[in-house]
Each structure stands twice: as structure tokens, then as C-alpha cells.
Design a binder for this molecule. Structure first.
Ligand code: ATP
Length: 230
């Protein structure tokens, strides 16, 4: 039977823990399964709000085709211009709640009354396109991810982005001007514990300090290349 049959079969068995990426990857030579699996391991990027994750990731992704973002599910309403399946999988709250009760999401979070989640399928979709999935996850999310037993598609690398100091973090958050004072104070309060966890030995595979942006992007690039032996 053709490789395509294999691919379809694999999707039907999406929750099978030992699913091989080789069978998910259209056109891949199945004999090279072991060689192709590690190259698609996901990358989890974490750091306190305002540290510059989005900025660094944006710069990094603009220079590489090796990584891609997954499409998240959300219960929030689409904004003008947002397309279902491209920007988000827009999902009703009852359906989302039912999916949360199954092993459908690798991570989920409630933000301002809306539920967001990254499904295993979304991760597989990125891998199927031959890319490593880059996930921007908060510290609590990372702590939950670490409880997931490794599976063929889930052997992530973890990078923490740290601010040069709490004062600089606060001034960046203020400079971004996206938060009201209450939200800003909450982010700053949370940041203390998040930074402590991030800098603790063994919690992350690499730590990148975002002081000078150019240097941080370069350090991020170097860390990724090391972690993936690229
Ligand atoms: N090295 C840097 N020097 C100065 N300003 C920076 C630097 N890196 C990022 N910034 C600025 O800091 C602000 C926060 O950055 P960004 O939005 O990327 O943070 P984030 O970690 O993605 O935040 P959140 O988790 O809240 O989405 C932005 O205004 C950004 O332009």
C-alpha cells in the first residue's frame, strides 16, 4: 500500500502514543524513521510577559523555514480578518470543554474568560509540513508540559528568555503600552517567581538574556542550533 494510506491511517490513530513522525510526514522515506524523528522535535519558548519573546521569535522565524507555529484553538470570537483554521481554530465553549476532558490538547489555558489550547493535531500538522513546532508558553504552562511523558512527537527542547533586570522588564511592559495598570502590576508580580523558575538549574535547556535585542536574537539562534545539532 502507498505511503499515503499510511499517513491517513496515522491521522485516524492520532492519539496513539507511539505514533512515529515518519508516518506523519508525507513523502518521507520510512526507512529513515529514526533520522527524521529528532529533527522535528518541538521547541518551547518561555519567559515572563514583556521580556521580548514575541519580538525574538518573530525575528528568528523570519530567517528560517525549519520552524513553524501551530494553529491554536480558542473560544474567543474571531476578530475582523481572522480566518478559521489559519489564525485560530474557533471553537464553541461546550466543544472546547468536552475536548479538555480528553487527551486532545497538549496544553491549554484560560485567559480573560476565554479558553485557548494547542491540540496534538495542530502539532502534528506542523510536523507533517516538515517543520519543528515552536510554542510560546508561559511558565505555568511549561510546568504542566513537563508532566507529559515523552512520545515520538513530543520530545521538546526548552528555552527561557530572561530580562536583564526586573526594572527593565517593567519599563518594556510600560513602553509597549498594551496593559492597564492592574494588568501590568499582575504581570510584574508574576514575573518574580517566573524568573526564579526559569533561572533554576535544570529547568531549561538554554537561557537567553534579552538585553541588547540583536545579541539576544543571535544568542537564541546559537542556542537553537546547539540544541538541534543543526
Ligand atoms: N532587547 C530589547 N530592548 C528593548 N526593548 C525590547 C527588547 N526586546 C523587546 N523589546 C520591547 O519590549 C516589549 C515587549 O516585547 P514582546 O511583546 O516581544 O514581549 P513578550 O515576551 O512576547 O510579551 P507577552 O508574553 O506579554 O506577549 C515590546 O514593546 C518590544 O518591542
Amino acid at each position: 500500500f502507498s505511503p499515503l494510506t499510511l499517513v491517513r491511517k496515522s491521522f485516524a490513530q492520532i492519539f496513539q502514543p507511539s505514533l512515529s513522525i515518519a508516518t506523519l510526514h508525507d513523502g518521507v522515506n520510512l526507512d529513515q524513521a529514526s533520522a527524521s524523528t529528532t529533527t522535528l522535535d518541538p521547541l518551547v519558548v518561555c519567559g515572563p510577559s514583556g521580556v521580548g519573546k514575541g519580538t525574538i521569535i518573530g525575528r528568528f522565524l523570519s530567517e528560517t523555514n525549519a520552524f513553524g507555529f501551530s494553529v491554536s484553538h480558542t473560544t474567543r470570537d474571531p476578530r475582523p480578518g481572522e480566518i478559521n483554521g489559519i489564525h485560530y481554530h474557533f471553537t464553541s465553549k461546550p466543544l472546547m470543554e468536552s475536548l479538555l476532558g480528553q487527551d486532545y490538547f497538549l496544553e491549554s489555558a484560560e485567559v480573560h474568560g476565554n479558553i485557548y489550547g494547542t491540540s496534538w493535531q495542530a502539532l502534528y500538522d506542523v510536523q507533517k509540513a516538515g517543520k519543528k513546532c515552536l510554542l510560546d508558553i508561559d511558565v505555568q504552562g511549561v510546568q504542566r508540559l513537563k508532566t507529559i511523558p515523552p512520545r515520538e512527537s513530543w520530545k521538546p527542547r526548552y528555552i527561557f528568555i530572561a530580562p536583564p533586570s526586573p526594572e527593565v522588564l517593567e519599563s518594556r511592559l510600560r513602553g509597549r503600552a498594551t496593559e492597564n495598570e492592574e494588568s501590568l502590576q499582575r504581570r510584574i508580580r508574576n514575573a518574580r517567581d517566573e524568573i526564579e523558575y526559569g533561572l533554576e538549574a535544570g529547568n531549561f535547556d538554554a537561557i537567553v538574556y534579552n538585553d541588547n535585542l540583536e545579541k539576544a536574537v543571535e544568542d537564541f539562534r546559537i542556542a537553537v542550533h546547539k540544541l538541534y545539532e543543526m
